[in-house]
Design a protein around this ligand. Sequence first.
Ligand code: PMP
Length: 397
Amino acid sequence: MFDSDAKKSDIFEKFEKVGQRAEAVLSLGKLPFGMTFDKILSPTRALVDGREIILAGTNNYLGLTFSEAVKSAAIDAIARQGTATTGSRLANGTFREHIDLEEDLKTFFRAKSAVVFTTGYQANLAAISTLAGRGDHLLIDADSHACIYDGCRLSDAETIRFRHNSPEDLAKRLARLPDEGARLVVVEGLYSMLGDVAPLDEFVAVAHEHGAYLYVDEAHSVGCYGDRGRGLADALGVLDKIDFLSGTFSKSFASIGGFCVSRHSGLDLMRLVSRPYLFTASGSPSNVAAARAAMGEMMHGPDLSRELMARAHQLHAGLAAAGFAAASPPGPIIALPRPDELTAVREWNQLLAAGIYVNLAVPPATPHAKSLLRLSVSAAHSAEEIDAIISAFRDLT
Ligand code: PMP
């Protein structure tokens, strides 16, 4: 009820529906949103309510959060540089390591320019909103992540959505555009909810034919695909034809932060005008050091993406045999569509009780209002842990 202490209108009224939905979900068990891990034990294990559980929904694809090299780089950075930068990149927040990280990214992705951001969300927000301005056209895949949509909202360009993973639909929409203004096509590599991958080679061809730039968010695919984890564009042989490639340090890179690299040197100029780059503090020394060390592991350590894919195949096949068909072919993200939201919530709770943590993904965070149990695989999962996950699914009632 609205308690009127001289306010014109109840500012919280708009949250009522979502509150009611959360209550219905809560009545089925533990609330999955905002779940607390009391202690993280390893990339694949945590303590919840005093019990050890297997983690199967963390995006820790390479399991590098506990790598000795990555941890000691972060600890050493704190010892040398302190805990924070206390300022934005353009003011006092650019340390030598931010530049070194940008140089490493250029080498890794064979790019001419690289810009590091404080989060992956900000990388897309900044790059998309700044690259496409008034009079330009943004063409985005309909299943794009929220931060791509938000980048479009912050841009003065006109935004046009095309059918998910459809180069044909994109070509049709590009053909209808006037000649004036730049064209920026935005797609992802590996889609985070359903685990499906984009036909990047076909998108490259369509963008090229219609004089458009291609921007690929590889937040989930870097580390998992391509030579040494360079991503899906590399795996498909088109890395050098992608105009802009963005990503995050919060998944395979075992840190926090984001980046955009480009084969055009003009990207660097963005630093002068991009609000999500300018008006926020830069990544902390430990975050930057951890991301650099993780990239070093990807470039020079054992090929973890192979182990990851072997586990992904094992899990995908085991779940299928247990009657849980995934939405996409085997890959680091395995999404299991459930008949409705309440079934998904009930099963999520049963799995947690059986010692398995997966992601519960429900509308509006999912494409086509699907309710999903979403699993992400890690190179750090043992074959026995994968078997335990499959067996918990088999026991679902
Ligand atoms: N892009 C995609 C496709 C994502 O899934 C995410 C986050 N899950 C981001 C960007 C944002 O990354 P971050 O969480 O590092 O801000």
